[in-house]
Design a protein around this ligand. Structure first.
Ligand code: NZQ
Ligand code: ZN
Length: 388
């Protein structure tokens, strides 16, 4: 384990079918006004909204509602939330939804009392809040992003022409998160498998970095194997509780800072995915799925030892009599096969990327100087073209 790191994750997790009951105790820690924020209305159809409101009422809370948080939440919507927080003197922001709603809640929390231009300060300049922040709590309804136990807040600003992530420090992590696997059972299949790929992508983004024999890689491989196993079951039978529960737990650990301990990280697939999301408004996990294969084939030779390890330890590829290139390529073939099995998109044209908008996508890609290879803009275009 190289380097120095601090591991501090303050989010308290309540997991399981009865986990919402614990909201009663949690609410006692906060003042009377709760901003209840959610997306386009799925929680009203599946009963989660009623269950949450009943608890809020029974604990004597005043509920201020802020609905309509869209997938790929926008900065304009963040500003609307900020106004509501200030107007109502909100004591707790309770986000009920997937990554978009929870990311949004963090963005509102950090921006409501920010005296500067919050977009510029946090998402462009990657600064940290020095103003009052409002505590955030999360009730997770869709699995994938890990937002329930991290400081990530990915916001789209179409006027500025960017979808950017800001990773806030522990003060912006949800104070608590309710993880009831049953709540994820109504997620449509397309969104569900997109979430599965998002988890795999988080694992791979952190795995494909570094050259050391790192404990974190062994943890990561265990999570990948669990995800692959359970996702195969869930893709066939989404109502399988055990599989969905395992995946929910894996998703949280895939991006709650544990797996970056002693590692660097790549994150270029996410940068390309965010640019596709900006231009097409496609589902996050699918944007990653659409470019991952061309990307990993592109950088395979730069991190060959790790791609060999991936093939052997994650996909059980037998190395006997094969070159490292052959083993690594077989590992990526297994990844591709699994993607087809669970049913994710493998071509960006399915999401609306075309020869005509490829330059616009490339313009919005942040090129990070990390991972096994720093791409040039031409390489980004090449990868995008291969992804079509
Ligand atoms: O809006 P509603 O009506 O609730 O419908 C949502 C939405 O349409 C639906 N849904 C969620 N739970 C449901 C459900 N439908 C039926 N039953 C349920 N139980 O699913 C759709 C997608 O929801 P969304 O929250 O957008 O999905 P996801 O969790 O994938 O979040 C995506 C956002 O998170 C960001 C992405 O960039 C994207 O903006 N990310 C956040 C990260 C973080 N905080 O660390 C890291 C990730 O890499 C990612 O970038
Ligand atoms: Zn992601």
């Amino acid at each position: 384990m190289y380097g120095n790191f601090t591991y501090n994750n303050p989010t308290k997790l309540y997991f399981g079918e009865e986990s919402l009951d614990r909201l009663h105790d949690e609410l006692k820690n906060y003042g009377p006004t709760v901003l209840l924020t959610y997306g386009g209305g799925s929680i009203k159809k599946n009963g989660i909204y009623d269950a949450v409101c009943e608890i809020l009422h029974s604990e004597g809370k005043r509920i201020v509602e802020l609905s309509g948080v869209m997938p790929n939440p926008t900065y304009e919507k963040v500003l609307e939330g900020c106004q509501s927080v200030r107007d109502n003197n909100v004591d707790l922001i309770l986000a009920v939804g997937g990554g978009s709603t929870i990311d949004y809640a963090k963005g509102v929390s950090a921006s409501a009392y920010c005296e500067e231009d919050a977009w510029q300060k946090y998402w462009v300049n990657q600064g940290n809040p020095d103003c009052k922040i409002v505590p955030v709590g999360a009730i997770l309804t869709m699995v994938g992003t890990g937002s329930e136990m991290n400081g990530g807040s990915v916001i789209t600003n179409r006027k500025a022409g960017f979808k950017l992530g800001k990773v806030f420090g522990p003060s912006l992590y949800p104070r608590f998160a309710v993880l009831n696997p049953r709540y994820t059972m109504t997620v449509p299949q397309y969104q569900m498998v997109a979430g599965f790929f998002d988890i795999m992508s988080h694992l791979m983004e952190q795995y494909f970095a570094g050259t050391a024999d790192c404990t974190t890689d062994y943890i990561n491989e265990g999570l990948m194997r669990s995800l692959i196993h359970s996702s195969r079951i869930a893709a066939q039978n989404p109502q399988d509780y055990e599989a969905r529960a395992n995946i929910m737990w894996t998703a949280t650990w895939a991006l709650n800072t544990l797996l970056k301990c002693g590692k660097g990280g790549d994150w270029e697939v996410h940068q390309i995915g965010h640019a596709i999301g900006l231009v097409t408004d496609a589902t996050h996990g699918m944007t990653l799925a659409s470019v991952s294969l061309p990307y990993y084939h592109h950088v395979m030779h730069d991190g060959l030892h790790q791609f060999v390890r991936f093939a052997k330890n994650v996909w059980n590829v037998r190395p006997d009599g094969k070159s490292d290139e052959q083993v690594a390529t077989e590992g990526l073939k297994c990844l591709e096969q699994w993607m087809h099995e669970i049913g994710v998109v493998t071509h960006s044209r399915e999401l609306g990327v075309t020869e005509q908008n490829i330059e616009a996508v490339a313009d919005a890609v942040l090129i990070l100087p990390v991972g096994y290879r720093t791409l040039t803009r031409n390489e980004v275009i090449e990868i995008l073209r291969e992804s079509l």
